[in-house]
Design a protein around this ligand. Structure first.
Ligand code: GLU
Length: 278
């Protein structure tokens, strides 16, 4: 068994991250497997070396260990590009230069009915899909043509991600839509990178929060399109604050660092998130 924790170094780790990381670490340990750490730093405008340092520091303090060197997504852009090229060559991608506003306007046009939302926000109204395609894959934002990509999803019925089994081709089109696989400023996207890297690292069990469960069908579909294995997915409950809201990076109040400064021990953190003592 290989599990992983894959934080984006864009802010302090909080109790929710601690839970996710320890959950994945415990699971690998119980099966005499391996726990991996991966730094998801493709968003150069938000990722900071200082946050990355804090990730290592907090996780070590929690008692976690992982093999080195750690995979960092910012070092793998050519690999993501190669996968995009493969999809481009199958006519599954199209360039898109829509702004957020264009998408909003397109999605609320009278003929579209009520705007629908998917895992990445508004479902793309298809504005750029019918434009003539350049010969070579451009250095632009690229979207997956979901109508073509999800034509045959019968394999989902037996895949090891239960939440995707009922996702029909139609659902992919109507409730997920033409997702972005390469952002213009990054040359890749969360969905593409996460799928390629889980496969590259041989991850057998993806452990992550329930907030990412709706991204799982997209990931399973990409695995199919790119001929990659599908791991088992475990989506755990979310750690909430006193008011029942899920924790976000901006919730500095729940930052692990803050608890450390206040004298909490790793055992206290385990107890706070409801994990058994080790
Ligand atoms: N990097 C993602 C995040 O910090 C998690 C990716 C995943 O677990 O699939 O939210």
């Amino acid at each position: 068994m290989i599990t992983r924790f894959a934080p984006s170094p864009t802010g302090p780790l909080h109790l929710g991250h601690a839970y996710s990381a320890m959950f994945a670490h415990d699971m690998a340990k119980a099966a005499s497997g391996t726990f991996l750490l991966r730094i998801e730093d493709i968003d150069g405008s938000r990722a900071r070396p200082a946050w990355e340092e804090q990730v290592y520091n907090d996780l070590r303090w929690l008692g976690l260990s992982w093999p080195e060197p750690v995979m960092r997504q910012s070092e793998r852009l050519p690999i993501y590009r190669e996968a995009l090229q493969k999809l481009w060559d199958q006519w599954l991608l199209f360039p898109c230069d829509c702004s957020r506003r264009d998408i909003q306007e397109g999605a609320s046009a009278p003929q579209e009915g009520a705007p629908a939302y998917g895992p990445d926000g508004l479902i793309y109204p298809g504005t750029c899909k019918s434009k003539p395609r350049p010969e070579a894959m451009p250095d632009a934002a690229l979207r997956l043509d979901m109508g073509k990509a999800a034509r045959d999803v019968s394999y989902l019925e037996t895949c090891p991600a239960p939440q995707t089994r009922k996702t029909s081709s139609e659902t992919f089109v109507s409730s997920i839509g033409d997702v972005v696989l390469a952002r213009r400023d990054m040359g890749t996207s969360y969905h593409l990178s996460v799928v390629i890297d889980d496969a590259a690292q041989g991850v057998t069990d993806v452990v992550r929060g329930a907030d990412l469960a709706e991204a799982t069908p997209i990931h399973v579909l990409l695995q199919k399109l790119l001929d990659l294995p599908t791991p088992s997915y475990h989506h755990h409950r979310l750690i909430r604050d006193g008011a029942g809201r899920r924790l976000a990076k901006r919730d500095d109040a729940r930052a692990i660092r803050k608890y450390r400064e206040e004298g909490a021990t790793p055992a206290d953190i385990r107890q706070m998130v409801g994990l058994p003592a080790v």
